[in-house]
Design a binder for this molecule. Structure first.
Ligand SMILES: [Mg+2]
Length: 448
């Protein structure tokens, strides 16, 4: 699998991939009524025959116009560099990209540029894991703690987590890692499902999917809330009746509320015993989350899918503002920053229940949780990865969820690679589907 030292990165190719998911209201929530799930997709090409790194970030529809351009702006940092060097130290790549002063002005370390960096950095890790012949979770779990610490940018977080503390946590995580890796391969990692709870679904569909979730072995479901309180009461009642008292039911407001409204609305749903309220308010409002947490206890507060970087996560933890940390594989600057976030969560003893769904987010984020279980926190107690059962068929190594658990991937890489046929069909605007659709061919069928 190893490339030669002469191998270099020859190109960063980008693809604007859009799926017409808004037509079925899959993914609809209180803030996103018409989501066309999309990926700004990147392929690192190399001079090594067949060796490629794949990565992406998740956007919605026209967001991809901007996101793809942002990724293209980074290509000068990688083209011509040694594949071996880049894969030996993805942290150096991450620091280079974050340190581009002209692009840093657009953040710093937040928003479109930061997500673009995440797509590229994740593609580097995909390439590195493929070259090692390991799935990413295993590459991380097998890595020396000292090297993992070298992969983290401690700037702005060392007041909460020092490199020495990170090293201690990782060394402790190595104890029993071998047995946990075996357990992971045998049992998988716990999942919960959001599939029943999209806001655009009828009560009948909600009930049917909630019952199906329990039959499929899930012990937690999630419902979107926040558009209309009377609807939420009715939907929560239907879902609770469908799943019974022992299945956890999380609710997710997708940032719909101000702080006071979040507290009132959540408490109005308390009789249905929600496990957590997710994104009750702006992801930037650290003190607001702390106030919500105090105001809705014992209902837990969860957030993270739109938390822009490790600095905000640090403050959410320092302020005691969250019970559940929902990192996202493609919102921050990729694996390196997510290692920092996993370590911060471990230091503060807050469980990580990653955000997933979208396009390929389940495929990516499972690796981070599995690493966390095997070689960092060492536990899956109160930890679940979000699961949404659509669009997986577009990936070459799709997630497999059985009996409410993600099966650990065994193929080398980051499970990020899309089927070439998907790219040919859904690339916007020239893929086969969009060409026909934009030409106004009535009832263009969405290929399965
Ligand atoms: Mg959410």
């Amino acid at each position: 699998m190893k490339g030669t030292t002469l191998s270099v990165i020859t190109a960063i190719d980008t693809y604007d991939i859009r799926f017409p998911t808004s037509r079925e209201l899959d993914g609809s929530d209180a803030m996103n009524p018409d989501p066309d799930y999309s990926a700004a997709y990147v392929v690192l090409r190399t001079s090594d025959d067949g060796a490629e790194g794949h990565g992406f970030t998740f956007t919605i529809g026209r967001g991809n116009d901007v996101q793809v351009a942002a990724i293209q702006a980074l290509s000068g940092h990688l083209v011509g560099r040694s594949v071996e060097e880049v894969c030996a130290d993805p942290g150096a790549v991450s620091r280079d990209l974050i340190g581009d002063s002209q692009l840093r002005w657009l953040g710093p370390e937040k928003g479109v540029m930061h997500m673009a960096i995440g797509a590229v950095v994740n593609a580097v890790w995909d390439l590195a894991a493929k070259r090692e012949g390991k799935p990413l979770w295993q590459l991380l779990a097998d890595a020396e703690p000292e090297w993992l610490v070298s992969q983290i940018d401690f700037r702005y977080i060392s007041d909460a987590l020092t490199p020495d503390e990170a090293l201690d946590l990782l060394r402790r995580g190595q104890e029993g890692a071998g047995e946990r890796a075996e357990e992971l391969l045998r049992r998988g990692y716990p999942a919960y499902t959001t599939s029943p709870g999209w806001l655009g679904y009828s009560d009948e569909k909600l009930t049917r999917l909630a019952e199906q979730a329990v039959a499929d072995g899930f012990t937690q479901i999630k419902l979107k809330v926040g558009a209309d309180l009377a609807d939420d009461v009715r939907r929560c009642r239907a879902a609770r009746a469908a799943v019974g008292p022992d299945v956890r039911m999380a609710i997710d407001a997708n940032q719909r509320w101000g702080v006071g409204e979040a507290i009132e609305w959540t408490n109005a749903l308390a009789e249905f015993d929600p496990y957590w309220i997710e994104e009750p308010t702006s992801p930037d409002d650290i003190l607001g989350h702390a106030a919500v947490r105090a105001g809705v206890a014992p209902i837990k507060v969860a957030t993270g899918e739109h938390v822009q970087n490790r600095v905000v996560f640090k403050q959410l933890l320092q302020a005691g503002a969250i019970d559940v940390l929902q990192l996202d594989s493609a919102r921050v600057a990729g694996v390196n920053e997510n290692l920092a976030i996993l370590l911060l969560a471990a230091k503060f003893g807050v469980p990580v229940c990653p955000h997933a769904g979208g396009v390929g987010l389940c495929e990516l984020v499972q690796h981070l949780s599995m690493f966390d279980f095997v070689a960092l926190s060492g536990t899956t107690e109160n930890r679940v990865i979000e699961y949404v059962d659509h669009l997986h068929e577009h990936f070459l190594d799709p997630v497999v969820v059985e009996a409410g658990h993600y099966r650990a991937p065994t193929l080398p890489g980051f499970s990020a690679e899309m089927d070439p046929e998907t790219i040919a069909t859904f690339e916007y605007p020239h893929g086969a589907f969009w060409t026909a659709d934009l030409a106004g061919l009535a009832g263009t069928e969405v290929p399965a």
